[in-house]
Design a protein around this ligand. Sequence first.
Ligand SMILES: [Zn+2]
Length: 250
Amino acid sequence: MGALLEQLRRLQNVELQLAAIRRGRESKTRHIDVARRQLRQIDEKVQQNHAKAREVQMRIDALSLDVAAQEESINRHRQALNKAKTNKEYAAILTAMNTEKADSSKTESAVLQHMEELARVKGEGSTVEAEKAKVLEHLASAEAGLKAFDDQSAVELKRLESERSEISAKIHLQAVEIFNRVAQRHDGEALAAVTKPRPKRDEYSCGGCNMKVTLEVVNGLQTRDEIQTCKVCGRILYLDLPAAVKSARA
Ligand SMILES: [Zn+2]
């Protein structure tokens, strides 16, 4: 193998390790994103629950005012009963008072119903808060996971990046650009070995996508130290099998 392809293979080796670190980091980041999304949803539930509790409380307050007003009115009628001058007047006041008593007891039972509802809403609120605490715990552990990953991979990342610069400096700029473009497309896998699927046949394939590689390309790889890409997936091809080389020559 020529010097260019040899350097590109070294570069690929570094690039694959960088890609593995990148993938590891992405998976840690995804965990954080999931937890944050859950937190947003649960915060919405908390808001809705608080709004509902406020609404029920306001209805209780309004009904309690009604109860107070009704009781005051009943008291007034009770006093009026004692001052009634005729039976007819007495009966009229009594009827009005009884109607008010019935209304008041309806209002009181409505207050009780709303208080039960408020207790239920607050119970739901506690459940949601407990869920939120769990999600916050997940989020904290996901963030700690990412931090631990970054701390752990920092030295390795620095070493790989400097190794990448060092190797890149030895390669023609244009070749590095091709390499980077292909690496980006295939998650760091910029190179593919030419394979020979059937030992007895002079047929060659790209080890990256398994599509056919022409004999002309194989011969080119054997005789010239230059970049030949797979026509299908674009990976930079190299020869790794002495047997393949020999057959191509024959
Ligand atoms: Zn290919």
